[in-house]
Design a protein around this ligand. Structure first.
Ligand code: PLP
Length: 495
């Protein structure tokens, strides 16, 4: 089923500006061609019309058909252009359609498409591992990298690595991985077990292992009602970890956390001193610290990895998304020397593996992406603390939305921002969840050719609406201005 171009749309070429060139003004009914050539208006689509041989994410909405990408833009089959203001789902960092990445993959495919990691290693995987360790900084010197096909697989890998580490060092009773409420670490069952995202895990709860979850600092809605701008509550939140470790009576293998909360809370940054205390508590209790930088890694927050903002050194760092910027399925677990040494000098083998780990094409894509990040100075560009960088322009532009009645909070770092909506600004009361305010605003933005990432549940797992904004680092100040204008109009239209 493909959207059809309508008479009123015909002058909307793919090179027009975002503003004023959309073919679907608010209320406009898009039409879709069915496989049997029937033309059906979006408003009259039934679930049957929305069936497809592809098991899509939802049977409740039609999807535009994406056919091309370039820079910050994606085009659909009708020639409609979308400004990718969310980097898909905080994935794309270097921009769409970069030819040198495709060339690197093609060259690798022509030379060697695949070997199994039980039989061979490859130059491309070895070289990229060394480069990534270097990018991760001195704290990972002497460590090693495990490549997988994405975030969830990498989280599974990190959980098992942490458990095996404890067994190797003579601590076989340690197997629990503590984590935080309102977190998200992936969709596989192990990753879901340490996630706190209520909606994404509730249905599968009977199937997942349950370990303790502690609170996540969320300064806009601080549990401790701080009157000092959350300058001191970090210690109180961190104390929850100490209590959870003590309650687990010597069975804790690791603690996993997102340095900045990603999709679930919407780019929430930790209060001062919090992560430093978390790291200190883990070290004191010999609990491994796993930083989930699937979303925040590879420059997204204006540092190579977000933990650098707080000078925290995790034992294991997980990254994905921006690692290949979406050009190939790729994730990585970066393990410190301490962790690698335990296995190398212990049993001698990591008891884990996927057929496609360290796949040569994905690794070739990741390697070319890292080169691009470095040659174009994209981490610097993403820094919201340096005037003139696009990170800083994005910060200022999004903060301008605070004057809207429904915008309660704008928060983030670098090129990762959250805009939270409220029904009442004074009381911070959220919209009723059934209204799906974030979803409405996301759809209104889409109709204006703007891609954002709507989420619900930031308040308590069910209520609370926000949008995640995470554009590629190649976005210009002018494009940010256009995007924020469209976002403002989309929010107003949904109010
Ligand atoms: N961890 C974090 C912080 C994420 O944001 C995500 C995905 O959004 C994941 C893990 C899972 O990654 P993937 O969807 O690539 O499996």
């Amino acid at each position: 089923m493909f959207p059809v171009v309508q008479a009123s749309d015909l002058n909307h070429g793919e090179h027009g500006g975002t503003r004023g060139n959309r073919r679907r003004p608010p209320g406009f009914d898009t039409h879709f061609v069915q496989p049997d050539n029937r033309i059906v208006a979006e408003s009259t689509l039934t679930r049957q019309d929305l069936r497809s041989p592809l098991l899509r994410r939802s049977f409740l909405k039609p999807y535009p058909v994406a056919v091309r990408g370039e820079g910050v833009y994606v085009w659909d089959a009708d020639g409609n252009r979308y400004l990718d203001f969310s980097g898909s789902a905080a994935v794309n960092f270097i921009g769409h359609g970069v030819r040198e990445i495709a060339d690197a993959m093609l060259e690798q495919a022509r030379r060697l498409e695949f070997v199994h990691t039980s039989q061979f290693t490859t130059p491309v995987a070895e070289e990229f591992a060394a480069e990534l360790l270097d990018f991760a900084g001195v704290r990972f010197r002497g460590g090693a990298v495990y490549f997988s096909c994405g975030g969830s697989e990498s989280i599974e890998t990190a959980l098992k690595l942490a458990r095996q580490y404890q067994v190797e060092i003579g601590q076989p009773t340690r197997y629990q991985v503590l984590s935080r409420n309102q977190s998200y670490h992936g969709s596989t069952l192990g990753a879901l077990s340490v996630s706190g995202n209520k909606k994404r895990r509730e249905m599968y709860l009977p199937m997942v292992c349950e370990f303790a979850h502690i609170g996540t600092p969320y300064c806009y809605r601080c549990d401790f009602d701080c009157a000092d701008g959350c300058r001191n509550c970090g210690q109180q939140y961190a104390a929850e970890l100490e209590h959870a470790i003590e309650a687990a009576k010597g069975e804790t293998a690791a603690f996993i956390f997102e340095p900045m909360s990603g999709a679930t809370l919407g780019a929430v940054t930790p209060p001062p001193g919090y992560l430093e205390s978390i790291a200190e508590i883990c070290g004191r209790h010999r609990v491994l610290l796993i930083a989930d930088e699937v979303m925040t890694g590879m420059g997204r927050t204006g540092r190579n990895f977000a933990v650098e903002h707080w000078k925290v050194a995790p034992d294991i760092l997980v990254t994905a998304k921006g690692l290949s910027s979406g050009y190939a399925p790729l994730g990585a677990v970066v393990a410190s020397k301490k962790v690698v040494d335990a296995i190398a000098t212990g049993s001698g083998a990591f008891l884990h593996g996927f057929t496609y780990n360290a796949h040569p094409l994905s690794v070739a894509a990741g390697r070319a992406v890292l080169r691009r990040i470095q040659s174009q100075n994209l981490v610097h560009a993403a820094d919201s603390g340096i005037a003139g960088m696009v990170g800083s322009v994005l910060k200022t532009s999004l903060e301008g939305l605070r004057d809207l009645d429904v915008v309660g909070d704008v928060r983030g770092l670098g090129l990762l921002w959250g805009v939270e909506f409220v029904r009442d600004k004074k009381t911070k009361q959220p919209f009723p969840p059934e209204r799906d305010f974030a979803g409405l605003a996301g759809q209104a933005a889409l109709r204006r050719g703007l891609l954002v990432y709507p989420m619900q549940g930031c308040v308590d797992g069910v209520a609370g609406d926000h949008l995640l904004i995470a554009p590629p680092a190649v976005i210009t100040g002018e494009q940010i201005g256009e995007a924020v204008d469209q976002l403002r109009a989309a929010i107003l239209e949904s109010t």
